[in-house]
Write a protein that binds this ligand. Sequence first.
Ligand code: CTP
Ligand code: MG
Length: 421
Amino acid sequence: MAKTAAALVVAAGRGSRLADPRTSVPKQYRLLAGQPVVTHTLNALGNHPRISHMVTVIHPDDTGLYDDAVSAASKNWSHKLKQAVFGGDTRQVSVHAGLKALADTHCDYVLIHDAARPFLTHDVIDRLLDELDAGAEGALAATPVVDTLKKQKEAGQPLETIDRENLWAAQTPQAFPLSRISRAHENAAQSTRTNFPDDTSLAEWDGMTVVLSAGDPSNFKITTAADLKRAAQQASLLTMPETSHADRPLSELTDIRNGIGYDVHAFEDGDAVILGGVNIPHTQKLKGHSDADVVLHAITDATLGAIGDGDIGQHFPPGDSQWKGASSDRFQEDAMRRLSQMGGRLAHIDVTIVCEEPKIGPHRDRIRASIAEICRLPLSRVSVKATTSERLGFTGRKEGIAALASVTVRLPFEETEGTAP
Ligand code: CTP
Ligand code: MG
């Protein structure tokens, strides 16, 4: 049977080399393509089929930022994620805290990874796991050094050229048998060493042998403001619909269409509502055959409306038991597939939520980010608004929630359809 693997993400640093006078948000929570850096990192690990458990090590000041980052992450793997634990003053102390939290998973392996490396690919993970499967005690993702290296002891002193042959730049993940690296960390902590720069150096100090495994230049660590800029460019290339949704750029899709959607769900006894894929604690829940996500249902109807392809009830009949309790992003995924088959792409979504309670304002940004992720749109192409109905009608009497959506799609213009617009 394949050995099981856990992932440990260290995110407790302060990002002092990326200090930005305009914001106090640490680098791992800055936005890339509309989502926090650590959200991309967690998605990369969580979506890997061999990773069964995950833990994030965070700073106690960042709990709110972290909760938002997790809300924006894919729901496909959320069952793998354990409660976050708090880190310490050095990276080593933070990793040790994460290893203790993973002990009860009894996984065979652990991949230790920096939150600040959001572009981790499954190829890099696969190569590391292959090394461990082949018996390695430790495996390090690394890339060959390509630049000629120079060393200068002090300004003005002559430059020393360092031969780059046999030099590797260490990345993360660094992968180990979970129990062995946990023991090494325990030994280091007891010896009062707390500042090993990475886990392979700590492992070697404890007598373990580490092998090199091919990393990826795109798996770089965000350290400085220039790195964040590069990361933003890389992220927008990866997540913009240009690459993920259809081949053609929006500017070539000249047939612009709009659809509207409207949905209502009544309240019943419960403790949370799901709006736009976000779980919002409330004194009641919404009643429905699926997860009753009134916002996503309105968006799906609007998407289907824009392509003239029926409505959500026609494609997913409420009486069909396979949709009982279903997560509503599946309905939108289906509508997007229909749009994609026509060569089209989503261009914009505008939503209005009508209710007296729960108050939407505090959750609006999370709902917007969640819709953007589900619909694979940049944040700037998603809008979420909310209103009460001045205590009038069923929403005013707090009997349920209504949602309206307007969805703009762009399709290739088909000459055969008649007169050009
Ligand atoms: N890290 C951690 N606990 C620490 C220090 C670092 O969990 N006490 C994490 C960081 O959040 C980051 C990773 O270790 O994901 C790599 O560290 P680094 O890039 O140095 O991040 P920071 O320490 O936050 O940045 P800086 O050194 O610029 O302050
Ligand atoms: Mg640091």
